[in-house]
Ligand binder design. Sequence first.
Ligand SMILES: [Mg+2]
Length: 452
Amino acid sequence: MRTAPTILHLDMDAFFASAEQAAKPSLRGKAVIVGGLGPRGVVATCSYEARVFGVHSAMPMAQARRLAPNAAYLVPRFGFYREISEQVMGLLRELSPLVEPLSLDEAFVDLEAGGAAWDEASARLAGAKLRADIRVVTGLTGSVGLAASKMLAKIASEQAKPDGLVVIEPGTERELLAPMSVRILPGVGPATGDHLRRGGITTVGEIAEAGEDEVVRLLGKAHGIALYAMALAHDERPVVAERDTKSVSVEDTYDVDIHDRVRVRMEVQRLADRCVRRLRGAHLSGRTIVLKVRRYDFSTLTRSETLRGPTDDLSVVREAAARLLESVDTTGGVRLLGVGVSGLADYTQEDLFAQVQAQAEARAHADEPEHRTQDEAKESAEEQEAPAVRRWSAGHDVWHAEFGHGWVQGSGIGRVTVRFETPDSEPGRVRTFRVDDPELEPADPLPLRSAG
Ligand SMILES: [Mg+2]
């Protein structure tokens, strides 16, 4: 393992919610919850002001509404977040050729590979400058962890939140980890945590004390050996740049729209099976599972989830696809479904193990932040061409011929309420229109200015 804390982990703070607050002056300092607003919706991200009420990522939206009834509830605008994400990833790539994105708002960077840092002082400087640059370019804050390994860098950024920087000095890792819950280790969720607890182990230090044989006895060989190594802070996983964005995917178009949710789920499972057969046939594995849904009105959504490592495991792909489907409203009917795997890579046993474990535990307890599902959705060209009824999604931008740029605060019973404000304006006023007001039209998001 390297001897300087030159692996950087960046995690943007409450990314979607912060982006919305930056875009909407009236929401700054307020509880903001971004996610699926339908009956099965879950919270994608919430602002720190909402976390005070106990709301967190992956919580069912209905529960969030009970906890924070007065929060602003917004539908995600993934195109907007992706633009900001690209700015942030651009800054990371200026630091090093080795940037490994984990999601829209999270990435590892190998600072040594780019010559940006070689010891603790230079790493600290690079991390501080990165945070300042992110602030200037996007107006948002991100937290930085620096350590000698990926595992510790991620723990450090978690400790740095929000809006901070934490360095874990090489040599202090074991001491730092010892009192921490076993759950801090990658791949340890509630199920493994229970297993270990029954064996009398609750902290990382107790794993180290128990010895490898005992941990293997409790958890089996593959998991036990890997976990014991991590408890000793041994993590040699390199930062791997995204080399290959090719994907393997399959899709089906249906003659008659599918309305039955159970049938939609079955079709997605069937497509996942076919996709994995093709993946294995090509001796490939991939990190990102993609679900594509074209709805009755030709609007097309893609949602994706990036795993910790590449997989060609049928159950992992099936489960990821099923999870992604849960965030899509299909009540009006579905005319096309697709499942794909991208971020193709060579198969590695260790990564596969870590991620199968992580996924199984994410399934058991979706509230574990490190296993958070990362949704992405993309409005396709078809969506812009979609005729018929206009949908005014909460949080999306609009333009009114008389009042200018605003965003949808809510809609219902033939009315849509719009707040007219822009990222650099004062908090704006609210006006209500008929949903078919000819002077009101959907608009693109405005770019964020640097924070004042
Ligand atoms: Mg984040």
